[in-house]
Design a binder for this molecule. Structure first.
Ligand SMILES: Cc1cc2nc3c(=O)[nH]c(=O)nc-3n(C[C@H](O)[C@H](O)[C@H](O)COP(=O)(O)OP(=O)(O)OC[C@H]3O[C@@H](n4cnc5c(N)ncnc54)[C@H](O)[C@@H]3O)c2cc1C
Length: 379
């Protein structure tokens, strides 16, 4: 594994400008190592694969890791692959969701250029179902692989959730990366944590990414809260997280009871309490509020990182696929076939919220199933 040795103290980190902080090469960035060394090295081996018919056209919707993995394999198998992406840059969450401090975007763009040179076509700013017709794609492509991810965040159901200053974690992360790439953070177009008391709701990896970014923005204070016990919650130990240790107060077993607002409708505080976990009669974990632990803290920015519900409604309304009880795209037979004829689904859209590595693997496997569909059904 490639290791990047940049010993940096909190003081040195904060002496850098914000763009420089976001360019920083932290220590031991596992995701970057994976993109550099493994994600695009999948090689089709003729021995175990059906040989696809020359130049059958396949459309892939979404250029996240599932779409990129799928495009790579189908292209190697001899299909003519076009990736439709609604964003202005390729990569899905790799481009805008994962902060630059964790995955520098030039690495990703170089990999995408490699796919283009190998023959994959990328159509950006092409949202299938709105400015790009699903019916036209169905008419012109022999197969479609839906790799649209799960963009519908789970909402926060508690008093005060409509106040100004409350954002989904993803929107906070995306706004900084987009502004960094578009204008080096000069146009005032990103959600800033500078000088603010920041509350992050959710103790998972995305919440930790928000904490690192809020530190880079020079937040006044950062509090990350998680309902679960620390043994239940999954907290990242990636190198760059070490940067924020000591700067973030991470509280487990903590419930947000309500968000409080000022007279202008801006969030100004949070009411929290501590939880105690026990078991229901059926053995399920249940949380009980510990009496006398309610406290009110000042907060001016809230970042909500409590997961996602599933792919957006448009996927089910327009693409002729069905929804599982979990909210993801249901499959018919095999693992990836979602609708007849030749419509497949892969990545988070099919398996639910996951990891980059899993999404790449979904993409490879969906490509193989798609190729097999042709060799089995078209003689
Ligand atoms: C903020 C955040 C940070 C994360 N950080 C990490 C991490 O550090 N490490 C890790 O392993 N995992 C991380 N994950 C999880 C990981 O990013 C996802 O599991 C993975 O990106 C899913 O890949 P995907 O290709 O299925 O979907 P996505 O990456 O979501 O890509 C879907 C793509 O489809 C496009 N799209 C959607 N609808 C349409 C349409 N109608 N027409 C055209 N295009 C469309 C979207 O614009 C997007 O580009 C993170 C997730 C989030 C939300």
């Amino acid at each position: 594994m490639v290791k990047h040795k940049i010993p940096i103290t909190r003081e040195k980190f904060l002496q850098l400008t914000l763009p420089a902080r976001l360019q920083l090469w932290a220590e031991n960035r596992e995701l970057e190592d994976y993109i550099l060394t493994k994600a695009f090295t999948y090689k089709v081996t003729a021995a175990k694969l059906p040989i696809a018919h020359e130049k059958i056209k396949v459309a892939i919707i979404g250029s996240g890791p599932a779409g990129l993995g799928c495009a790579n394999v189908l292209n190697q198998l001899g299909f003519k692959v076009t990736v439709f992406e609604r964003d202005d840059r390729p990569g899905g969450l790799l481009m805008y969701g994962v902060p630059n401090i964790k995955l520098p975007k030039e690495i990703l763009l170089a990999k995408v250029r490699g796919l283009e040179e190998a023959g994959v076509e990328f159509r950006l700013n092409a949202e299938v179902g709105t400015n790009t017709s699903w019916e036209e794609i169905k008419k012109h492509y022999a197969a479609i692989v839906i790799c649209t991810g799960i963009a519908e965040p789970r909402s926060l159901e508690l008093p005060g959730n409509k106040l100004a200053g409350i954002y989904y974690a993803k929107d906070f992360l995306i706004s900084t990366t987009r502004s960094l790439l578009d204008n080096q953070l000069n146009a005032g177009t990103f959600i800033s944590a500078e000088g603010k008391d920041v509350l992050i709701i959710g103790g998972g990896d995305t919440g930790t990414d928000c904490a690192a970014l809020a530190l880079a923005h020079e937040a006044h204070s950062i509090l990350q809260v998680e309902r679960q016990d620390c043994n239940m919650a999954r907290i990242s130990e990636e190198g760059f997280c070490k940067l924020v240790k000591g700067d973030v107060s991470l509280q487990y077993n903590t419930k947000v009871k309500s968000l409080l607002g000022d007279d202008k409708g801006n969030v100004s505080g949070v009411e929290l309490c501590r939880l105690e976990w026990g078991q229901s009669k059926s053995g399920m974990p249940v949380a009980k509020e510990i009496e006398g632990t309610t406290q009110v803290l000042p907060i001016q920015l809230v970042l909500v990182s409590v997961g996602f519900t599933g792919p957006e409604a448009i996927v089910f309304e327009k693409f002729g696929v069905k929804r599982t009880p979990m909210g993801t795209i249901a499959t018919l037979g095999g693992l990836f076939l979602a609708a007849e004829p030749c419509i497949f689904a892969a990545g988070d859209a099919r398996r639910g919220s996951g990891m980059v590595e899993w999404a790449f693997e979904e993409g490879y496997d969906a490509a193989l199933e798609c190729a097999k569909y042709f060799t089995d059904n078209i003689k």
